[in-house]
Design a protein around this ligand. Structure first.
Ligand SMILES: Cc1cc2nc3c(=O)[nH]c(=O)nc-3n(C[C@H](O)[C@H](O)[C@H](O)COP(=O)(O)O)c2cc1C
Length: 183
């Protein structure tokens, strides 16, 4: 027997990312987001959803770029902070102790402590209800050598966080490789 619900957040897991942006005056900002996914076919397009008229969205419209930083579980507190506090009046880099690092191709800075940083240029935006679906074009991906094994990310060493129903989770062990049903 299944119970029926209206629209509810049953999508799990949703990876937690830190979106770093910069205003046209040069003030850096970080926001936490969980509503994000790969889009398109070749890993170059990434979709994020930013609600309302948040500073991060306005920054993206101004500079036409942003960085997707993927934190590990060690950055839980900082990630929560960046999602609980609007950046209008505060400097989230200095308040969290996170370090802004110059990007290679875009103006928005990377978050140094995150092992993965994806420099994105703004491709398109779509209004979805009161949120903005933003498609970024990944132009440069930085991955810490410490989490790489033969050119692939070793998710036993890098532990991203996931989020659903106002709760943070870590991920479990590997279950198998894609295609296992074909054998
Ligand atoms: C775990 C977590 C996930 C979040 N995911 C999103 C999201 O996907 N989209 C969004 O617009 N806000 C999301 N938020 C809320 C924003 O991070 C929050 O409104 C933040 O203060 C916006 O920052 P800004 O005002 O500096 O741009 C999330 C917050 C948390 C704690």
């Amino acid at each position: 027997m299944k119970r029926q619900f209206g629209p509810t957040n049953a999508m799990y897991p949703q990876p937690i990312i830190l979106i770093s942006t910069i205003s046209k005056e040069g003030k850096d900002n970080i926001m936490t987001a969980a509503w994000t996914t790969n889009a398109g076919r070749d890993n170059s397009s990434i979709a994020i959803s930013i609600g309302g008229d948040k500073l991060s969205f306005r920054n993206i419209l101004q500079t036409k770029d942003f960085v997707i930083n993927i934190p590990g579980t060690d950055l839980l507190g900082q990630s929560d902070f960046c999602g609980q506090n609007p950046g209008e009046e505060i400097d989230k880099f200095s308040l969290t102790g996170l370090t802004p690092l110059e990007s290679v191709l875009i103006r928005s800075k990377m978050v140094k402590e995150c092992p993965i940083n994806i420099e994105c240029r703004l491709k398109e935006t779509f209004k979805v209800d009161s949120a903005n679906l933003i498609i970024g074009q990944a132009v440069k991906v930085h991955i810490d050598e410490k989490i790489l094994e033969e050119g692939l990310i070793d998710f036993n060493r890098f532990k991203p966080m996931v989020y659903a129903q106002k709760t943070y989770f870590s991920l479990g062990e590997e279950l198998g490789k894609r295609g296992l049903s074909q054998k």
